[in-house]
Design a binder for this molecule. Structure first.
Ligand code: NI
Ligand code: MG
Length: 444
């Protein structure tokens, strides 16, 4: 995101174009940028959007959570779980999964498709619908679309149950991953609802908790994000390293996304997901905060259930088919902030505009960036645990995959937002205390 210069080349554009432009930051989570941008626009126009527009924006975000989480779990991560970390890389993918467990693979592919359908039925297309705009949304929900989503919900919920049961069965066999794939103390940041601190994905207030469950910041208006979050530029990365300001850098490491959202909320607010959340906290958090990044996978599945239940609730709202979905307004403030939860974590858009609504300055903190310090810590932990003996100078392929697997826990946007094609190039080097290379393994 930083490398491609979005914060710079948006300068001079009309604020109404920002949702469409920033959506191009990512092909997996464009909806997050569209929503955060539209919310920033609401702030600049100083309008309250119609209640139905908010419900529809929420529904689209929940559709995106479903499709993005399904992609992460079924297509990208379950091959490691079901085929093994050391299995042949040529088959360790969704096609290998189809060969091994066609029923699960098919269910996962259909679940992702369901999430994409919700987006498409609302926005008119799957990937970059310029549908949410400052003041609301462009189009209401049609009766046919409403029926289609409602009809497909039970199957989607059944798939969420299937995946949750599969993951829980695996827990005993993945103790080593649970202990070493990013298990450390950190802060957790996310949005919670204004009342009751329920699980939140679109609006609400910021909360910060530590690994003991102490609440460090509560009820913070997201517009004040820069009071608690700073960004550092490291010479070795294009990606900035955001940190929690009161603790300084890098001690102020925090995590966002599914793991953090389940750590900051009191409960989810829907019955099936709340039952899963209670079991999750009991199983992997000793009743409290979950600190292993390996459990991002488990948290993601709980969130799929939460998203599907909330979509069902929204469909039953009496005004969900209302055609009053957009408020009018003009430039009433020269600065606006819009914050929402993307599938992979909290997303911040912050614009300064001139009297005509042309952008003067942009700050974006994208979800993946928030996890930068923690992702690096995870790579280090995995390397230190698994590289214990390199006699013969051989680093096994499975090590490369575990390092990647550590990154996959966070489900970063990297591959699509940097337009990587094919395999991720990677090099693992083992050095002795004097800096001599003892072993090296490279994948181009
Ligand atoms: Ni993304
Ligand atoms: Mg920034």
């Amino acid at each position: 995101m930083e490398f491609r210069g979005f914060e710079k080349f948006c300068e001079g554009r009309p604020i109404g174009e920002m949702a469409g432009i920033t959506a191009r930051i990512c092909g997996i989570c464009p909806i997050s940028h569209i929503l955060a941008s539209a919310k920033t626009g609401d702030d600049v126009l100083t309008v309250e959007i119609p209640p139905t527009a908010e419900k529809l924006r929420r529904m689209m975000n929940l559709g995106q959570f479903t499709q993005s989480h399904a992609l992460s779990f079924f297509h990208l991560s379950s091959p490691d779980f079901l085929l093994g970390w050391d299995s042949d890389p040529a088959a360790r993918n969704v096609f290998g999964l189809i060969a091994k467990d066609p029923e699960l693979a098919r269910a996962g592919i259909r679940l992702r498709q369901f999430g994409q359908e919700v987006i498409e039925l609302l926005g008119g297309k799957k990937i970059h619908p310029a549908w949410a705009v400052p003041g609301g949304v462009r189009e209401p929900l049609s009766k046919d679309a409403h029926k289609h989503i409602l009809d497909r919900l039970p199957e989607a919920r059944a798939t969420a149950v299937l995946a949750l049961n599969m993951f829980k069965k695996m827990l005993d066999g993945t103790k080593e991953e649970g202990e070493n794939f990013g298990k450390f103390r950190s802060l957790f940041i996310g949005l919670v609802s204004r009342e009751g601190a329920l699980w939140e994905h679109y609006d609400g207030v910021l909360r910060v908790v530590d690994s003991d469950g102490n609440i460090l910041v509560d009820n913070l208006d997201p517009r004040r994000y820069s009071e608690i979050i700073g960004e550092v530029v490291e010479p070795y990365s294009y990606l900035k390293s955001p940190y929690y300001k009161p603790m300084g850098y890098p001690q102020g490491m925090y995590r966002v996304g599914p793991l953090a959202r389940l750590n900051v909320c009191t409960r989810i607010g829907t019955p099936l997901a709340d039952a899963e959340l209670a079991e999750y906290r009991q199983r992997v958090g000793s009743g409290g905060i979950v600190t292993s990044s390996f459990m991002y996978h488990y948290a993601r599945l709980v969130e799929i259930m939460a998203a599907l239940e909330r979509i069902g609730m929204l469909l039953h709202e009496p005004d969900i088919l209302s055609t009053r979905v957009r408020s009018g307004g003009s430039i009433n403030k020269l600065e606006g902030v819009g914050v929402s939860e993307a599938p992979r974590g909290t997303l911040f858009h912050h614009y300064h505009v001139d009297e005509n609504g042309l952008i003067k300055k942009v700050n974006l903190i994208v979800a993946t960036g928030n996890n930068n310090i923690a992702m690096n810590r995870t790579v280090k932990q995995i390397a230190q645990h698994y590289i214990t003996n390199v006699k013969d100078g051989v680093i096994p392929e499975g090590l490369l995959n575990r390092v990647e697997g550590g990154i996959r826990c966070y489900d970063p946007c990297l591959s699509c937002s940097t337009h990587a094609y094919g395999q991720m190039p990677m090099q693992v080097s083992v050095l002795d205390a004097a800096g001599n290379v003892l072993a090296q393994r490279t994948r181009d």
